[in-house]
Write a protein that binds this ligand. Structure first.
Ligand SMILES: C[S@@+](CC[C@H](N)C(=O)[O-])C[C@H]1O[C@@H](n2cnc3c(N)ncnc32)[C@H](O)[C@@H]1O
Length: 389
């Protein structure tokens, strides 16, 4: 049997920008199942234990706590596993961790309570729950999506049927067989419908109470996605947002989020390394995983803009210049490349002659200019309003 939980898997998760705490949870659930089925390899067990233990004294409290808690639970799961693996090297460490966790619990620590009650740690099950009907239907219940935002039964049932008919697994593979079996159970149409009815009643009564906050559900726009075909139909605009001159990570992260929300075709930054930065990620809330991000260094901007112009794009600078058109009077061409200026210097003089248009937001106050992300958001919205909505 080949090892599955290893550096390769961790690197894949990392390269998909999966946050560390989610990396822990994903690997944790796989190892828990493998231990339960008695098929976990010593090297897989050790890989995850070593990974978690390397974080139990790290600088971030929540990660430290999660690493302590999960390592203790995995240790216990191994203790009762049918094919118990060698635990001796971890026994002392886990004893110390359990002591610490007991103290934290006694102190009624809020973070610890939150961790234990976290759905993905306490209840989520990577086998039973990672199925289309949980993803498209169960999880929306969790975030209290309204009934009119929940995906239709028939669409779901079709996906489930297709997956089942395409599953071609090795009969001897316990992990995959468990996966297949649980999928069958949950895809049982009657069970699904009965459950659907009860919860929908609750949601309806919530809706009757009047105006309530609505959560946008992205898959409403994705019903034409063919699950077996990576070439999904695009709901992207023809807008390219160039942020290569922007220096501050919160601005870059925020602009990534705005770009994703409005279906920007490409988001251009001066270095892809920013995507790994915590400040960037704090504002982008994972947008970089959904919007295509390109790297263009400021020194390459001239060539890049010229190339896009010859590909039919109109290059528009958001900038206050002596010849700028007011935003409310500007009609965005469908193929627009929007260039934002640096927080301090704005758009450099040597790039201005390359612009097809300079557009500004008229101001009334005393402060000289808007924050660049605020500017980008207003421009992107206006482009979407004119061309997409
Ligand atoms: C803080 S401003 C740059 C500083 C500005 N050149 C100055 O010295 O006041 C950063 C960028 O935000 C955008 N920006 C800010 N206010 C704007 C406005 N009213 N209209 C259009 N763009 C604006 C431009 O892209 C600008 O280059």
């Amino acid at each position: 049997m080949e090892s599955f939980i290893n550096h390769e898997v961790q690197n894949q998760l990392k390269s998909n920008n999966i946050p560390l705490s989610s990396q822990f949870t994903i690997m944790y659930w796989i190892v828990i199942h493998k231990l339960k089925d008695g098929i976990c390899l010593q090297e897989e067990y050790e890989f995850l234990m070593d990974l978690l233990l390397s974080h139990i004294m790290g600088p971030v409290f929540s990660i430290r706590l999660q690493a302590q808690y999960l390592s203790s639970r995995i240790f216990e799961a191994n203790e009762i596993s049918v094919n118990k693996l060698d635990n001796s090297q971890y026994a002392y460490m886990i004893k110390v961790i359990n002591g610490t966790l007991q103290e934290i619990a006694k102190a009624d620590d809020k973070s610890f309570k939150r961790l234990k009650n976290d759905y993905f740690i306490g209840e989520f099950d990577i086998i039973e729950d990672l199925i289309p009907c949980e993803i498209y239907w169960g999880l929306p219940q969790l975030v209290a999506a309204l009934s009119n935002n929940i995906i239709e039964d028939d669409f779901l049932r079709n996906i489930l049927n297709e997956i089942e008919s395409n599953l071609n697994l090795d009969e001897n593979d316990k992990f995959h067989n468990e996966w297949k079996e649980k999928r069958r159970k949950t895809s049982d149409a009657l069970q699904f419908k009965a459950r659907n009815k009860t919860i929908n009643k609750e949601v309806e009564s919530l809706e009757e109470t009047g105006t309530i906050q609505k959560k946008y559900v992205p898959w409403k726009n994705m019903s034409d996605v063919d699950v077996y075909d990576n070439e999904t139909k695009s709901n992207k605009t023809e807008l390219i947002v160039v942020a290569s001159l922007i220096a501050k990570l919160p601005n870059l992260g925020g602009m990534a989020r705005t770009s994703e929300v409005f279906g920007v075709r490409a988001y251009v930054v001066d270095s892809l390394r920013h995507l790994q930065d915590k400040q960037f990620q704090g504002l982008s809330v994972s947008a970089e995983r959904w919007v295509p991000v390109e790297e263009v260094r400021p020194a390459q901007l001239k060539d890049y803009l010229t190339m896009k112009k010859s590909a039919g794009y109109s290059v528009v600078a958001a900038e206050q210049t002596s010849t700028s058109i007011k935003l409310q009077n500007f009609k965005f061409p469908n193929k627009t490349l929007l260039l934002l200026g640096n927080e301090k210097e704005g758009v450099p003089c040597d790039l201005l002659p390359l612009m097809d248009h300079c557009v500004e937001i008229p101001q009334q106050g005393v402060i000289r200019s808007l924050n660049v992300h605020v500017t980008a958001a207003i421009f992107i919205w206006e482009y979407a309003r004119q061309n997409m909505l």
